[in-house]
Write a protein that binds this ligand. Structure first.
Ligand SMILES: NC(=O)c1ccc[n+]([C@@H]2O[C@H](COP(=O)([O-])OP(=O)(O)OC[C@H]3O[C@@H](n4cnc5c(N)ncnc54)[C@H](OP(=O)(O)O)[C@@H]3O)[C@@H](O)[C@H]2O)c1
Length: 294
């Protein structure tokens, strides 16, 4: 599915989400449908849309749709499975039938976090909750139905809007004048527009199968909070370290879900370091970037 022309050859599902919005910015002229316009798990709508897309010369479907509410998935496992397994399976089956390429996105949460180094694509997954289990099921469903699909696992995504960790940190700082952040959870913070760019890079290299793709480097929640505040010019706000166990949750989150992205790098695709992603997000929100103090 090699392609280098942005435009109507692309169709984005889940267009209102963070990645969906970033993909639309990257692929001007791409067709895009929000959840309201297209439920990917709905057989009739999906068939009709993809048939029309293929007939119009469409080439690649980008699936940015997912149930991403990790806690709520515990109460709604059937709905999470519908969006994260049944929908992606249907997309892959239809793409296989119609000769379309498919880009699907998965998560670092497929790992249990017991390793203390970044995870590679070869490491065995061991999901800890409903969201993670459904995302792992989605990966398998997609690659079973369409082995040529690109499936990219990413981590700790933030992008347009404030409904993500850096956004919540800034809100907390402005509201409370102080911040608490977990020091014993590690991931690879990823700016959605950088992820979109990396996915396009992999598509342009005709990458197929499973890839890890995340912001370069590993960070704790605490480090991410501190960097966000400093880059936003709020470095004087006190940040209190705490343990993940001090936030009651029914979902166990992996203590370490940083991703080793060497496989993508071997094709020449690497995302910028995660701090650059934070700075880019702040700029996009009109918050002046300041030099980080050493
Ligand atoms: N956010 C993270 O930290 C993170 C980390 C690792 C991996 N990922 C993965 O990255 C991908 C992109 O996530 P994101 O961060 O952009 O999530 P997001 O902002 O929550 O966007 C997901 C979008 O999918 C839509 N959606 C849900 N169910 C759907 C369905 N059945 N049909 C069509 N659309 C549906 C949602 O609409 P509604 O809001 O209306 O339901 C939402 O607009 C997902 O595969 C996610 O699992 C995310």
């Amino acid at each position: 599915m090699t392609i280098d022309t942005p435009g109507r050859l692309h169709l984005v599902a889940g267009a209102a989400g963070m990645l969906g919005r970033a993909l639309q910015d990257l692929l001007p002229g791409a067709l895009a449908r929000t959840h309201q316009e297209w439920d990917i798990a709905h057989l009739g709508t999906t068939r009709r849309l993809l048939e029309d897309f293929a007939r119009a010369g469409g080439c690649i479907l980008w699936n940015a749709a997912a149930w991403t509410a990790v806690e709520a998935a515990e109460d709604h496992p059937d709905q999470a499975a519908r969006a994260n397994i049944e929908g992606p399976r249907l997309l892959a089956e239809e793409c296989a039938r119609l000769g379309l390429g498919l880009v699907h996105v998965s998560t670092d949460f497929v790992f249990d976090g017991t390793r203390d180094v970044p995870y590679t694509e070869q490491d065995p997954p061991h999901p800890l909750g409903v969201y993670a289990r459904t995302k792992l099921g989605g990966e398998k469903a997609v690659l079973d139905a369409l082995p040529s699909a690109l499936v990219a696992r990413t981590s700790w995504v933030f992008g347009a809007g404030w409904r993500h960790f850096p956004g919540r940190i800034l809100e907390m700082a402005r509201r409370d004048g102080r911040v608490r952040a977990v020091e014993d959870e590690f991931g690879s913070p990823t700016y959605a527009p950088h992820l979109a760019q990396g996915l396009l890079g992999l598509v342009q290299r005709n990458a197929q199968g499973l890839f890890h793709l995340a912001g370069q480097g590993r960070a704790s929640r605490l480090e991410l909070a501190r960097a966000t505040l400093t880059l936003a010019g709020l470095g004087s706000i006190p940040v209190e370290p705490c343990l993940a166990s001090s936030f009651p949750s029914r979902v166990r989150r992996p203590a370490n879900s940083a991703l080793d992205c060497a496989r993508a790098a071997s094709l020449g695709v690497a995302l910028p370091p995660w701090r650059e992603g934070v700075a880019a997000w702040l700029r996009s929100e009109g918050i002046p970037e300041l030099e980080e103090t050493p």
